[in-house]
Design a protein around this ligand. Sequence first.
Ligand SMILES: Nc1ncnc2c1ncn2[C@@H]1O[C@H](COP(=O)(O)OP(=O)(O)OP(=O)(O)O)[C@@H](O)[C@H]1O
Length: 254
Amino acid sequence: MPPPVHDAAIVFTHASVAYDRFPAVEQVNGTVRPGEIVALVGPNGAGKSSLIKAVLGLVPVVAGSIVVLGRPPAQARRQVAYVPQADTLDPNFPISVAQVVLMGRYRRIGWLRPPGRADRAAAAAALAAVGLEHRARDRFGLLSGGQRQRVLLARAIASEPAVLVLDEPFNGVDVVSQEALLGAVRELTARGAAVIISTHDLTLAQSACDRVCLLNRRQFAFGPPADVLTPPLLRQAYGGAALELADHGLILAR
Ligand SMILES: Nc1ncnc2c1ncn2[C@@H]1O[C@H](COP(=O)(O)OP(=O)(O)OP(=O)(O)O)[C@@H](O)[C@H]1O
């Protein structure tokens, strides 16, 4: 049976996320649709990672709701891929680039069955999508930070997710790697995946994302970049720091 098609990949309704009743972020409202990229932006400690963890079903939603592909987050996990920051993984782990990408298939085939030809083809295509097919046999740990980030994205792509979640994927990543990452993400959205990216890069949120969720412990706005990345809203969410950002021309003044 083909997987169900959803109008909304993720729906936040007055959602509050908390650790031991201590709220990390409250009152999030909005919808992430299939085929779009939504940026989560906000200052340090705004609650971006906490919201991402809630979408993954790892942190509880204590008020309101988060619905992922029509289900509670923990029940949708098999169709959601997560790309962590590359520097959170041990680069000394003795595994090849191809093996890392193939790990993306295990959720589909189970850990006990060996991957088949179709799995290897999907993994190879995913590695090609991030422009690293020539590094397939290299040890993962020998790649640069930006290249490792691309391999982790390839692992996510290989799992053919309906929802892709990236937590600050562009930290320490050069322009070439960033373009390769974005190109591969766009290929996924063209196939109907919904993507959430948490980022401190407002220029990227403005130029590469369809909509932006502006947070600082609560939601300040959720909408098209031109409506959200405005000096008044940024000032509200960031305080004085937004003025400095505006001075550097990183946002569209209206
Ligand atoms: N495991 C945890 N237990 C308790 N509180 C936490 C935990 N992780 C984060 N918090 C708190 O939740 C709030 C939001 O943090 P979060 O990491 O979600 O912010 P962020 O926007 O991702 O920040 P940054 O941009 O610095 O990564 C902060 O007050 C933080 O101290």
